[in-house]
Design a protein around this ligand. Structure first.
Ligand code: NAP
Ligand code: MG
Length: 496
């Protein structure tokens, strides 16, 4: 990537490097003056420097958010909050291509995806949640006590700290920030260090939209320092963390002090099941995308592919063919289907998982190595890798790899595959491919996961709840559930 290949708008934004923190409606460097470098995984170049926030900056952001909340953000007329959110959604749509570029250079997601999906979905989510403030309401329970009238109120919680990972910053941020604000909370966003650029740009759009100072802050920096400080902070009422199960366990402990409301979206190892009666013309390409989209760096990746034995060899051959032909390359190249791995640490983790699969006796059918050479430069690329012959108890079958590595298993019966699909500590998502409508509903009920996709995969909408069972966390994004999650309910009793 050369800076010249970026749009003028993106170049103007990056020319402000070192980028600052958004606190109390103002841009400021970290109190310590420290910065860190943002690196493009496509070619190893340094894109910009960002402020490395510390605990002092966290304290300032929380105090400003509290002030904004108490000064009336939560009590502002619903229609006013709606208007501001709609203005923001409009700005996100207007700057969608720029946001897509920033996300692609930062986390390596192919530009064709960030342009067509991530940046558009982000503004669509804000439009969706912009409709909520005037529709949030209480009820009047029919109480069994004479001479009393009771009503309930849904009230904002206060300051919400939202901590997100690097793989879908545009979508994850707006999916959580928008409902939190719609409900009247003030928000502090802590993006992942390796993918914060688009979030800083969104901070500028918040200022341009005219949100009151302190209602929305962006803190860039280390999770172990500022994420931890937000989790512990007595001024934070609600904590939403999307990330690994290990980090989720840590914040449960860190947040115990003031009994923060918690929502956790954590790891996964989603099963994707193709029955012999499936429409393979759809099941095969969509299952390839489920396993390898964003180079497997997706929380809902269909990372365990179960194929009924009579079509097993046919499906394996077709998947190997797709994996071998997939265009892996620079995130800013329009032709790229699969981009790089987000950074070197993550690439080495993936390569170690591949090694463990081989050592434990599974067979590599394609890929299995880093991609190097002129086309890849100093970028961090792993060839799409397919394993056969993996047992269910191998490391590659149990642990989340978060990379372009897919074990394909053979199964005989529905009962058997349900048991194997559910034999995991996780429960975020699952896929089922079948033409048998009864079987589709049986699996929709039997699989223990927050979302089951039948004859489709990786579909989301602001109207449909999304979140985990078991070790994949608790709490829900989207649907009415997210409105409940960002409000507290109160009963008011009136003696008549
Ligand atoms: P991660 O290491 O858990 O990081 C997630 C976020 O937590 C980052 O912003 C990180 O900051 C921050 N963090 C790190 N240590 C923290 C601490 N002690 N206290 C508070 N925050 C802390 O996850 P990742 O490797 O970036 O992302 C991959 C993981 O996220 C996978 O397990 C994936 O399944 C999961 N994920 C789940 C969903 C879902 O919807 N369930 C969606 C996407 C991803 P730094 O970047 O600064 O370390
Ligand atoms: Mg980066």
């Amino acid at each position: 990537m050369t800076m010249q290949s970026l749009s003028p708008a993106t170049q103007r934004f990056l020319a402000q490097s070192p980028l600052k923190l958004l606190i109390d409606g103002q841009w400021a460097p970290a109190a310590s003056g420290q910065t860190y470098k943002s690196i493009s995984p496509s070619d190893g170049t340094v894109i910009a420097e960002l402020a490395l926030a510390g605990t002092e900056d966290v304290d300032r952001a929380v105090a400003a958010a509290r002030r904004a909340f108490e000064a009336g953000w939560g009590a502002m007329l619903p229609a006013q909050r709606e208007a501001l959110l709609r203005r923001l959604a409009g700005l996100l749509a207007e700057h969608a291509d720029e946001l897509a570029e920033l996300e692609s250079i930062d986390n390596g997601k192919p530009i064709r995806t960030t342009r067509a999906i991530d940046s558009r979905v982000a503004s669509g989510l804000v439009y969706h949640f912009a409709g909520w403030p005037s529709k949030i309401h209480g009820v009047t329970p029919s109480v069994n006590v004479p001479n009393h009238f009771v009503y309930t109120r849904r009230e904002p919680l206060g300051v919400a700290a939202l901590i997100i990972p690097w793989n879908y910053p545009l979508i994850h941020s707006m999916q959580k920030v928008a409902p939190a604000l719609a409900c009247g909370n003030a928000v502090i966003l802590k993006p992942a260090q390796v993918a914060s650029l688009a979030m800083v740009r969104i901070g500028e759009l918040f200022v341009e939209a005219g949100f009151p100072p302190g209602v929305f802050s962006v803190l860039t920096g280390k999770g172990s320092v500022i994420g931890q400080a937000l989790a512990e902070h007595p001024g934070v009422s609600k904590l939403q963390v999307t990330g690994s199960t290990a980090v989720g366990r840590g914040v449960i402990k860190a947040s115990a002090g003031n009994l923060k409301r918690l929502a956790l979206e954590l790891g996964s190892k989603a099963p994707n099941i193709i029955f012999a009666d499936a429409d393979l013309s759809k099941a095969i390409p969509k299952s390839f995308h489920a396993g390898f989209g964003h180079s497997g760096q997706s929380c809902v990746a269909g990372a365990r592919l179960y194929v009924q034995s009579s079509i097993y060899e046919e499906v394996v051959a077709a998947m190997v063919d797709l994996a071998t032909r997939a265009r892996v390359g620079h995130a800013l190249d329009d032709a790229t289907e699969l981009g790089p791995i987000v950074d070197e640490t993550q690439m080495n983790t993936i390569l170690d998982y591949i090694k463990s699969g081989v050592e434990q006796g599974a067979t590599v059918r394609c890929g299995g190595h880093r991609l190097t050479g002129d086309a890849y430069g100093s970028g961090t690329y792993v060839a799409p890798t397919i394993f056969t012959g993996a047992r269910d108890d191998m490391v590659i079958s149990c642990e989340e790899i978060f990379g372009p590595v897919l074990p394909i298993y053979s199964f005989e019966t529905e009962e058997e595959v349900i048991a194997r699909a559910n034999n995991t500590e996780y429960g975020l998502a699952a896929g089922v491919w079948t033409r048998d409508v009864s079987r589709a509903h049986r699996l929709g009920a039997a699989i223990k996961a927050g979302v089951v996709w039948v004859n489709t995969y990786d579909m989301f909408d602001g109207t449909a709840p999304f979140g985990g069972f078991k070790g994949s966390g608790y709490g829900r994004d989207n649907g009415e559930e997210v409105i409940e999650a960002y409000t507290e309910v109160k009963s008011v009793w009136i003696g008549l």
